[in-house]
Ligand binder design. Structure first.
Ligand code: DGI
Ligand code: FE
Ligand code: FE
Ligand code: FE
Length: 187
């Protein structure tokens, strides 16, 4: 499927505001790919598709995860985690994406994972810092992103984990493992 067709399909899945966010993640992913030496075409495509299922009815997201036999431990944790693996599955099965790096970057863009690839890191970080994002601490993450993908992403996960703790919510263990793994990568 060509890029223009994919863009039309993505836009049909979400309200205008989320499409603006998606375009921000695409731009930022391409900038980060240039800065840190990743393939900009893959970064663009993974970013385009990363929130494909974000506005799908939650039961439809659950069904994809259950039927596809995906890591269903995820279903014990917050629903905002579900659209990421659901999106990767739909990208593969319905949109004809077969590049594992792209599919993984979509799959892990919310939770992160231990041993994140360069592309995983770029899409996950771009999701935090695209120009439309405005949350306490985002400026500091943007500054860190000038120099270190890992330091910026750790700060991103710190902010998500603190937010979840403050609200008394559970934290998906893979997010903790992702953060630990990034700390091990620092020299
Ligand atoms: O889809 P987006 O809004 O662009 O961003 P995202 O895919 O990074 O989703 C982030 C949301 O997921 C954020 O509001 C926090 C929530 N969340 C809930 N539990 C967890 C979690 N995020 C992570 N990383 N880990 C969790 O355990
Ligand atoms: Fe997302
Ligand atoms: Fe994210
Ligand atoms: Fe997003």
């Amino acid at each position: 499927m060509d890029r223009e067709r994919l863009i039309d399909l993505v836009r049909e899945q979400m309200p205008e505001q989320r499409w603006l966010h998606t375009q921000g993640v695409m731009e930022t992913s391409v900038v980060l790919a240039g800065r840190f030496g990743a393939d900009p075409v893959k970064a663009d495509l993974a970013a385009l598709l990363h929130d494909y299922c974000k506005y799908w009815p939650i039961e439809q997201q659950r069904k994809v995860i259950e039927q596809a036999g995906l890591a269903d431990d995820l279903l014990q944790y917050d629903k905002p985690l579900w659209h990421a693996p659901a999106g990767a599955w739909v990208a593969e099965q319905e949109l004809g994406i077969n590049d594992k790096e792209i599919l993984d970057a979509i799959r892990y863009h919310t939770s992160g994972r231990p041993g994140m690839t360069l592309l995983d890191k770029i899409v996950c970080l771009a999701d935090y810092i695209e120009p439309g994002r405005d949350f306490p601490g985002v400026e500091q993450i943007r500054s860190l992103a000038e120099l270190s993908l890992e330091r910026a992403l750790i700060a991103g996960f710190d902010s998500t984990i603190s937010f979840l703790l403050q609200k008394g919510q559970k934290v998906y263990p893979m997010t903790i493992m992702a953060r630990n793994s990034l700390i091990d990568e620092l020299v």
